[in-house]
Design a protein around this ligand. Structure first.
Ligand code: SF4
Length: 731
């Protein structure tokens, strides 16, 4: 029996796991007691990982060999890896020859490891010369990225999990931590038990399991977060809770914000947000009087057509009260996926470059071109997630490479997504599971190794980098994602020699560690400098937070642990009040509350909100293989307020049509006191096996995202998955 330390592949908490294996089979999993994210704990998803990797499940659900379709709609046939990669390189090269580099796009995933992400980014932006590489992290974290950059100057969450133990007030907004980040929620419960004076405020349209333990629940109307934050700031100003010394010394733009916030008086804010004025005053009082305030937030802020504004307005509150840069305080964006953060670090989004560089900055493009040894990195912005599929639906993008994600289920406005997949000339799907909806559209299927079978690193919500290790060999002929990409890239190099600038190859890697070391070097001197973070150091001392630069002698500091288990032994981000902006000051952003992209109206009188279940992950390709994970919620149901059910003559289990401007699905109704009147909640996980329906023009469509809108935040381009206007009719 062998034990291997690794990391849970599900959420952004990034819990450490110890995998037991025997004779090449995973036989068990337990929490790693030495990992500072979880100290040995695992939630239901993490503690059943070994069952999702067990032999019968693996062999039934996994994609085990490369396969190609001779024609769309036909069953794929098995081919060898060499033939598969030759074909992919030829098809991509031909499309690039005929239409230019922007005719291809790569849609990748926050589930990939940092090393996978790095080679995808270099393949697209370095070798091919297109910035059309984006990821499902666009659906998850791009508003948080934009919010941090607008206000603090860099995409660097300033807080860490240990802050939970030191906060006097925890303000959770747009996050059902109990379900989406269960092990972090346990830590919040522990902190409340240890400190009876710790207050918890939860702002969420639903009375979620997280709201149940709150001292104050603010059931704001969907999309009104900016008004709420401005209303709180208005009261904080009125009651004298602004830290003027901090504002004066470390920020700019407060006067402009004050002018905006003056209009957000409690009566107006209560009306806009659907809140009680007294509750608003109570929240402002607790915020203003607390010694340290920690805000935790996630998709409720991010998945919005004003996602960046919501993030910035919350950070405004922390800057105005000096609640940042010290223990127990700060605006802490919780990462949805296990490695959305690592993807941001390598610049794996259409508008970013390696090591938090910006594509729009010509110096940054030159730096990356030099580091990669290519002539240039193209300046034209790449297509973001929604834009990429719209471009494919319009015929502008002709080849798509999709890795480790399932856009035929998870992207909003499924009618457009499916049209894109049908219209694209060539679709490569690199996947661990043969069962995802996107596999049905693939011309070429490449089997990917998955958790327990691959090596690399991930970064969790608190900027902590952990090793992911292989306990067993890949199933069937599956290969690590980075290896398939590198072998494809080397073939493509022969067709695009002009991009090599005289080098024999841009991908000279012998193994995954070589990629890590190249990535580390791109971070030298940047805010996330990890030049000191070798695999050897991670192996010796365990997971580490960035920054972690090399020692002053220029060597990786493998002798002394920069951080064993705790965060506070190290310098905190922004504890000196200096921010990574040109003048060193944080910036207030004077935005106004904007209405939802699709407000409810007389024809579509319900607000549909979406969210997670406790025991499932994304489109269920892994968790859906285990019967026991359906014990908590066995089948889809739309939750409606009991008053709305009565008014419509509905009882539990009655089938209803949910209809938006884009499509309809049929689903059982369920009365829930968690849901406010004129709102409806449907979990995001249910896909084609569970929910069928059709588009507004009659084409068959499935899953929750038959209903959702692709309207997105103009700054972050993150779509408003959290809200669509619908009607509810008895079926
Ligand atoms: Fe995995 Fe997240 Fe659960 Fe931790 S909290 S075990 S990272 S799913």
């Amino acid at each position: 029996m062998k034990e291997t330390r690794s990391t849970c592949p599900y959420c952004g908490v990034g819990c450490g796991v110890i995998i037991a294996s025997q004779d090449g089979q995973i036989t068990g999993v337990r929490g790693d007691p030495d990992h500072p994210a979880n100290f040995g704990r695992l939630c239901t998803k993490g503690s059943t990982l070994h069952l999702t990797a067990a032999a019968p499940v693996t062999w039934q659900a996994r994609l085990l060999q490369p396969q190609r379709r001779d024609e769309r709609g036909q069953a794929p046939r098995v081919i060898g890896w060499e033939a598969a990669l030759d074909e992919a390189a030829n098809r991509f090269a031909n499309i690039i020859d005929r239409n230019g580099p922007d005719a291809v796009g790569f849609y990748i995933s926050g589930q990939l490891l940092t090393e996978d992400y790095y080679v995808f980014n270099k393949l697209a932006k370095g070798l091919i010369g297109t910035n059309n590489v984006d990821t499902n992290s666009r659906l998850c974290m791009s508003s948080a990225v934009a919010g941090y950059k607008q206000t603090l100057g860099a995409d660097a969450p300033p807080s860490c999990y240990e802050d939970i133990d030191h906060a006097d007030l925890i303000f959770i907004v747009g996050a059902n931590t109990a379900y989406a980040h269960p092990i972090l929620f346990r830590r919040i419960e522990d902190a409340k038990r240890a400190n009876p004076n710790l207050k918890l405020i939860v702002a969420d349209p639903r009375r979620t399991e997280t709201a149940e333990i709150a001292d104050l629940h603010l059931p704001l109307l969907p999309g009104t977060d900016v008004a709420l934050f401005h209303g709180l700031l208005h009261l904080l100003m009125w009651e004298g809770h602004i830290d003027h010394a901090y504002v004066q010394a470390h920020t700019t733009g407060f006067d402009a914000l004050k002018t905006v916030v003056r209009d957000y008086d409690p009566r107006r804010v209560a009306a806009v947000c659907g809140l009680d004025e007294a509750a608003l005053a109570q929240a402002a009082q607790w915020f203003g009087e607390a010694g340290s305030v920690l805000s935790l937030y996630c998709q409720g802020l991010n998945q919005s057509s004003s996602g960046t504004a919501k993030n910035a307005a919350l950070i405004n509150l922390h800057l105005a009260t000096g609640q940042i840069g010290r223990p127990g305080a700060g605006p802490f964006s919780l990462t949805g996926q296990p490695n959305a953060m690592g993807g941001r670090e390598v610049g794996g989004l259409a508008n970013l470059l390696s090591a938090h560089r910006d594509l729009a900055n010509p110096e940054h493009r030159d730096e990356v071109a030099r580091l990669w040894g290519v002539r240039d990195v193209p300046a034209a912005p790449g297509k973001t997630a929604v834009e990429m599929f719209e471009a494919a639906a319009d015929g502008a993008i002709k080849a798509l490479w999709i890795s480790c994600t399932n856009p035929a289920q998870s992207l909003p406005d499924q009618r457009t997504v499916r049209r894109a997949l049908e219209r694209a000339e060539y679709v490569v799907v690199q996947e661990a599971y043969a069962t995802t909806a996107t596999c049905a559209y693939a011309d070429l299927l490449l089997p990917a190794s998955t958790w327990g079978e691959k090596e690399g690193t991930v970064t969790n919500s608190e900027r902590r980098i952990s090793r992911v290790r292989a306990a067993v060999p890949p199933a069937g002929q599956a290969r690590p994602d980075w290896l398939a990409v590198v072998e494809f890239a080397r073939r493509l190099e022969q067709r695009l020699p002009q991009r090599l600038a005289g080098r024999p190859t841009l991908f000279p890697y012998q193994g995954v560690e070589d990629i890590w070391n190249e990535h580390r070097e791109t971070t030298r001197g940047r805010d996330l400098d990890i030049t000191g973070l070798s695999y050897a150091l991670l192996d010796r001392h365990g997971p580490q937070q960035w920054p972690c630069p090399a020692s002053s002698e220029g060597e990786a500091s493998t002798s002394a642990p920069p951080d064993e288990r705790r965060s506070f032994g190290r310098a905190r981000l922004y504890e000196d009040g200096v921010f990574p902006t040109p003048d060193g000051r944080a910036r207030f952003v004077a935005i106004r509350h904007e209405a939802l992209a699709e407000p409810r109206d007389a024809r579509y009188p319900f607000s549909l909100t979406t969210g997670r279940l406790r025991d499932h992950w994304h489109g269920m390709s892994r968790t859906g293989t285990l019967g026991r994970l359906f014990g908590h919620v066995p089948e889809p149901a739309v939750q409606l307020n009991p008053g709305d059910m009565t008014r419509r003559g509905l009882k539990d289990g009655d089938l209803v049509y949910l209809t938006s401007r884009r499509g309809s699905v049929v689903v059982p109704a369920q009365a829930s006191e968690q849901v406010a009147p004129a709102q409806a909640f449907l979990a995001m996980h249910w896909g084609e096996e569970f929910l069928s329906g059709c588009s507004s023009t009659g084409e068959p469509l499935t899953g929750v995202n038959a209903l959702t809108t692709s309207a997105f935040c103009p700054t972050s381009k993150q779509p408003e998955l959290k809200h669509a206007a619908i009607k509810v009719l008895k079926a």
